[in-house]
Design a protein around this ligand. Structure first.
Ligand code: ADP
Ligand code: MG
Length: 299
């Protein structure tokens, strides 16, 4: 069997069987961050993201933006768990002819976002590679009572997204602002039941919440906010790299959230019992086929 036959998710699930976790691990593989119990009142959040030339960005792309994206992906995962990003290690795979001037540009992008979000770059590793690779490992912190995982969605919850979706390939995947302030606002003032950041497409990432929460959902096509760069509904539903938050909360909390004046969040549907699966309805309440709306997969 080869990895492109088994698929990314089954591959990762299969790797789990190689190790045992001790009691300090509250959450291992399967969420936006690993969650470590190290303190009476707080959890450590750990996440890493690897960006490859030709896969996650094109050769010739502005390296400041590439650096920004490399750090931004991990910051976004910390936000998705309700935490604050704090420390990062940055590892590089560099072609031997890579210009030092370009390495500086890359780090300018990294440093600008790091300082904006209070992240300390405390080390990394450097190696030779045929193509540019940037790998960021990040550590964040969250108060125990404010941790949000993917598995807490309950039937009756309202499903929200934090912003417009789709068309990110035309620029936003390099310039997005990780939603830390929004996530902190949510966990500090509301009871959020489940949350994820949309990296692989709305429907695919919603499916992660539903699978882990053993729930279904009903979402409405016309409620899904579409970015101006999105050329079609399909792009808004499954293109990915939007790095918006997708989250659920009980109806009362949701009504309270809709009255807040600080941030705009968009309700797109409701969590339902598991047996109904994920349903997408159009403006006339007709059921749409979601099978062709698959999100991003590496394999
Ligand atoms: P995200 O899109 O939020 O960054 P991913 O889809 O990359 O999440 O990863 C999903 C989960 O699988 C995470 O818990 C991540 O740590 C884990 N994971 C991904 N690749 C590996 C790997 N090679 N070994 C162990 N765990 C992995
Ligand atoms: Mg994520």
């Amino acid at each position: 069997m080869r990895v492109n036959q088994i698929g990314e998710f089954a591959l990762i699930a299969g790797l789990k069987r190689h190790f045992k976790l001790d009691a300090s691990v509250k959450k291992g593989i399967g969420d936006d961050c690993a969650v470590i119990d190290f303190h009476a009142g707080r959890y450590l959040l750990l996440t890493c993201d690897m960006l490859l030339e030709g896969v996650d960005f094109r050769r010739g792309e502005d390296l400041r933006l590439v650096g920004r994206k490399a750090l931004g992906c991990s910051i976004s995962d910390i936000a998705a768990c309700g935490g604050k990003p704090r420390y990062a290690l940055v590892s590089l795979g560099l072609p031997p002819g890579f210009r030092t001037r370009d390495a500086d540009r890359l780090y300018k992008g990294i440093a600008a976002l790091a300082s904006q979000f209070g992240v300390n770059i405390v080390g990394g590793d450097t190696s030779r590679s045929s193509r540019l690779i940037i790998d960021v490992s990040m550590l964040g912190i969250v108060e125990k009572k404010r941790l949000v995982l993917r598995n807490g969605a309950r039937p009756g919850d309202i499903i929200f997204v934090s912003g417009a979706l789709g068309g990110s390939i035309r620029g936003k995947h390099l310039t997005f602002k990780p939603r830390v302030s929004e996530a902190r606002f949510l966990v500090e003032h509301y009871k959020v039941n489940a949350m994820i950041d949309i990296s692989d497409g709305l429907l695919q990432d919603l499916d992660h919440i539903l699978t882990q929460s053993r729930a279904g959902a009903c979402i409405f096509k016309e409620l899904i906010p579409r970015a101006p760069e999105a050329k079609s509904f399909r792009e808004a539903a499954c293109m990915g790299e939007d790095f918006e938050l997708l989250f659920t909360m009980g109806r009362r909390e949701a009504e309270r959230l809709c009255r807040n004046l600080r941030y705009r969040f968009f309700p797109i549907g409701e969590v339902t019992p598991e047996k109904t699966g994920l349903r997408l309805l159009d403006e006339k309440a007709r059921l749409l086929d979601t099978r062709r709306l698959k999100g991003y997969r590496h394999f």
